[in-house]
Design a protein around this ligand. Structure first.
Ligand code: CDP
Length: 226
């Protein structure tokens, strides 16, 4: 058996399952760096949108061309949090807009995009202890991570949680429309050929439908510390 990587805490799960909130709190408790790989895919999707490219039907060469004009770096801020820098500017709320969410899963299907990000994601272990969240962290990015969690919740709970997040929903969004958008994204993420959304065999499943965030964080931290 291969040696487990002890400084990686991987948290995967479907859209709006609470991964980012939970992963940030776990990182705080464990004094680890928090990394959202979803934000990396969103940053590229944002650039695709900016270039007026139709992500659904874009060719690989188009993705490659956009990637060649992107610089995605990581910097520590004064509080020692990791921030992503997209072409010289810190990533902001623009990547959380529904327009970005609507196309990001098409961008994330591209082999060129995934390869480009995989190398960057793997290189982040030099930071020390990291809590890294996404869809394929436990299966593809860090299959040897010692700590793996798969966080989920029922579709309705997820839609309600997403609706509460300011700036991430259309002004006329309802539980039904949000639920539909999430289901569509999960379908594309789960069915793609490369690195689909999937629970790793050795990941701990956490269904947070009936748990509050502190309960989820306590549970995950207790599993890490056992
Ligand atoms: O926060 P939310 O649950 O809406 O999603 P996210 O974590 O920001 O991820 C946005 C999208 O990026 C996902 O729907 C996937 O299409 C893609 N993604 C991926 O393919 N692989 C990852 N490791 C992380 C995100």
């Amino acid at each position: 058996m291969s040696e487990k990587i002890k400084n990686v805490i991987a948290i995967d799960g479907p859209a709006a399952s609470g991964k980012s909130t939970i992963a940030q709190l776990v990182a705080e408790k464990m004094k680890a760096y928090y990394i959202s790989t979803g934000n990396m895919y969103r940053a590229i999707a944002y650039k695709i949108l900016e270039n007026n490219i139709k992500a659904e039907s874009a060719e690989e060469e188009t993705f490659e061309k956009v990637l060649s004009n992107i610089k995605l770096d990581f910097k520590k801020d004064s509080d020692d949090n990791l921030i992503m820098i997209l072409n010289g500017k810190p990533l902001g709320q623009e990547i959380r807009k529904p327009e970005v969410a609507n196309i990001v899963s098409y961008v994330a299907k591209s082999p060129a995009v995934r390869k480009w990000l995989l190398d960057k994601q793997r290189s982040l272990t030099h930071l020390g202890l990291i809590v890294i969240e996404g869809r394929d962290i436990g299966t593809v990015v860090f299959p040897d991570a010692k700590f793996k969690f798969f966080l989920t919740a029922s579709p309705t709970v997820r839609a309600k949680r997403r609706l509460k997040q300011d700036g991430e929903n259309a002004s006329d969004a309802t539980v039904e429309t949000v639920s539909k958008a999430i289901a569509q994204r999960d379908k594309i993420d789960s069915n793609r050929k490369i690195a689909p959304l999937k629970q790793a065999d050795d990941a701990v499943l956490v269904d947070s439908s009936n748990m509050n965030k502190n309960e989820v964080v306590e549970y995950i931290v207790s599993k890490i510390n056992t």
